[in-house]
Design a binder for this molecule. Structure first.
Ligand SMILES: [Zn+2]
Length: 284
């Protein structure tokens, strides 16, 4: 399984339970993180000096956070895009000054960056690729670029060297019904869900009909929560991610959703006709 993500922490928020579940089953998992997340906001007051606006040392710190998170999830093979050759810097939120810096991921040549992933695909020959949709989930330039680069790599990988075609590709998805339920539960507790009044305020939700797979990783939710805590500068213990689990129970983070965009859906299906295993239908 190959996952392509933009920043350290995205893999845990989106796929932490999935990664822990499959790692426990002996699936070989490779995570490629495209940037070190240098432009992230620092949510721990004592570490605020790390921010790009001060010492600009956040990227180095987040390398360690990611490594700790991967220990929690049982994932040994995690790499940064271009490891040892080239570093792509965090581009910052859309419309901010870092977008235009020459070394940011948003400015990278898509084919050149994809070629770096093609090398990894040829090396590990993944059966499943997980990445973002076309808007990168919520419109962050690095997420959009990670989508473009990962999809381009999947397109190019059969065409060169010891070519390999990835049989199944999934995009992370957040079903509308699940988010609506989250918003209602947070309102009932007198809080809010990432500032949203209604599910229609959130750009990252998908119509349920477009969500074709759900991995039930509830047995691995403790590992996911521990990995979230490892991303200490990014996911504050008193912030919305933990508030959600405090109100809804940590189980809310155990279900992870996907849209199959390449390959054939296969049984077992759940009661909503969603695939329950990303590897279903593949020859073991
Ligand atoms: Zn991100």
């Amino acid at each position: 399984m190959l996952l392509v993500h933009a920043h350290p922490d995205d893999e845990t928020i989106n796929n932490g339970a999935t990664m822990s579940l499959y790692a426990s089953q002996g699936v070989q998992i490779t995570l490629i993180t495209c940037t070190r997340g240098e432009e992230g906001e620092v949510l721990v007051p004592g570490l605020s000096h790390l921010a790009s606006t001060h010492d600009d040392q956040l990227g180095t710190h987040r390398i360690d956070e990611l490594a700790s998170a991967m220990v929690e999830l049982g994932v040994e093979d995690h790499r940064f895009l271009g490891d040892g050759k080239i570093n792509f810097r965090d581009s910052g939120m859309m419309g901010t000054a870092p977008n235009d810096l020459p070394d940011v991921f948003w400015q990278a040549d898509v084919d050149a960056a994809a070629a770096l992933i093609v090398d990894v695909i040829h090396e590990i020959r993944p059966h499943v690729l997980v990445t973002y949709d076309e808007i990168g989930g919520y419109g962050h330039p690095d997420h959009i670029q990670a989508h473009r680069v990962a999809m381009r790599a999947a397109e190019l990988s059969p065409l060169s060297g010891n070519g390999w075609e990835i049989p199944k590709i999934y995009w992370n998805a957040m079903p509308k019904s699940v988010i609506a339920q989250g918003i209602e539960a947070m309102k009932a507790s007198g809080s809010d869900f990432f500032g949203a009044e209604s599910v229609d305020d959130l750009p990252f939700v998908k119509d349920d009909a477009l969500v074709t797979a759900m991995v039930d990783g509830t047995a691995h939710v403790d590992a996911k929560m521990a990995a979230m805590k490892a991303h200490e500068t990014q996911i504050a213990l008193d912030g919305p991610f933990f508030a959600l689990s405090n109100n809804l129970g940590s189980q809310i983070w155990g279900l992870e959703f996907y849209t199959l965009v390449k390959g054939v859906a296969a049984a077992p299906f759940d009661e909503n006709s969603r695939e329950a295993n990303l590897f279903a239908g593949l020859v073991p």
